[in-house]
Design a protein around this ligand. Structure first.
Ligand SMILES: C[S@@+](CC[C@H](N)C(=O)[O-])C[C@H]1O[C@@H](n2cnc3c(N)ncnc32)[C@H](O)[C@@H]1O
Length: 316
């Protein structure tokens, strides 16, 4: 009898590298802030001992359904945005108690491949783009209520789109006749607004609208700042990002937090307490930066733009 092929939901990106640099302690506590289909989470669980613990989060109800199938006492799934982690600090005793955090940004294959989620310009479906389909407004609604200036600004800011104004203008012209409700419609408007290029022009605009709909930049910034309340001494923060905008935010955050405070008071000499204070801002230390191998890119094209940054958390 032929073996039934298992459906792959999402190929975890930089999996081997993430697990290596999380430096998993058998009885440690870990947080996978972006569960997705659980590729990274499952591997972390394999490495954990009996007393280890893994908390995972996702804002997508589809991911939560998958996570709930994991029957393991060491695993706890939280259905929420990662920027809300503060809410769970007391309940799960997370305050400066976590040995490693992984945050794998962007969208999962589960989201991309489902045409009804509206993330892909290669499939026709309703223009939704919400990671959490139970909250907020769809991309179709956002386009309907936004003016040329707003749309153009978002395409430029989050998609680095040179033809942002032209696209926004053509969206506006079309909207006067009919609502833009499908990915196919939006795609055709973008295509007509931009001179033909090597890379698909819709990629930038779809990314920009998705970032806006899900408030992705604020989410990331808020989480990074709060991570200092989660991580324990000598723990690790791992981030996987897929575009320069996110990577810049991560890089700047780590850079800013890995410098000593150089605001030395005017009056010298310094007291011991003041000396300690001058050093108290040094939270993180950059450790590694990794890219997918050519082998991984061949197997999983979606990994091609991924950057894994590993930082060590020194102290609060
Ligand atoms: C690239 S996928 C993660 C894939 C996962 N590492 C795996 O191996 O299956 C990103 C996931 O993060 C979730 N996500 C993105 N932003 C989020 C946020 N602010 N809060 C919670 N989950 C978020 C998305 O819903 C998506 O499921």
């Amino acid at each position: 009898m032929k073996k039934k092929k298992k459906k792959i939901l999402h190929l975890p990106v930089l999996l081997k590298e993430s697990i290596k640099y999380l430096n998993i302690k058998k009885n440690g506590i870990y947080l996978d802030a972006t569960f997705g289909s659980g590729g990274h989470s499952r591997k972390i669980l394999q490495k954990l001992g009996k007393l280890g613990k893994l908390y995972a989060m996702d804002r997508d109800p589809e991911s939560i359904k998958i996570a709930k199938k994991i029957k393991d006492k060491r695993f706890k799934i939280i259905y929420d945005k990662f920027s809300n982690i503060k809410k769970y600090l007391k309940k799960y005793q997370l305050k400066n108690n976590i040995n490693g955090i992984l945050i794998d940004l962007g969208i999962s294959n589960l989201q991309l491949k489902n045409k009804n989620r509206g993330f892909s310009y290669q499939k026709n479906g309703f223009l939704d783009m919400r990671m959490d389909t139970t909250k907020g407004i769809s991309a179709a609604k956002w386009i309907k209520k936004s003016n040329i200036k707003t749309i153009s600004k978002i395409l430029k800011k989050y998609g680095e789109e040179k033809f942002s104004y032209k696209i926004a203008l053509n969206i506006h012209r079309y909207k006067k006749k009919k609502d833009i409700l499908t990915t196919k419609k939006l795609y055709s408007i973008i295509k007509k607004s931009v001179p033909s290029q090597k890379k698909n022009p819709a990629r930038r605009s779809f990314q920009a609208i998705r970032i806006c709909i899900n408030n992705e930049i604020k989410e990331l910034k808020k989480f990074l700042i709060f991570s200092k309340n989660l991580l324990s001494k000598n723990s690790r923060l791992l981030t996987i990002s897929f575009h320069s905008l996110e990577d810049r935010i991560i890089k700047n955050f780590i850079f800013k937090n890995s410098k000593k405070n150089i605001n030395i008071p005017n009056k010298l000499p310094l007291t011991a307490k003041q000396i300690l204070k001058t050093q108290s801002l040094k939270n993180f230390k950059f450790y590694k930066k990794k890219f997918p191998s050519s082998d991984e890119i061949t197997k999983n094209r979606q990994s091609r733009s991924a950057i894994l940054r590993v930082s060590k958390f020194l102290k609060k």
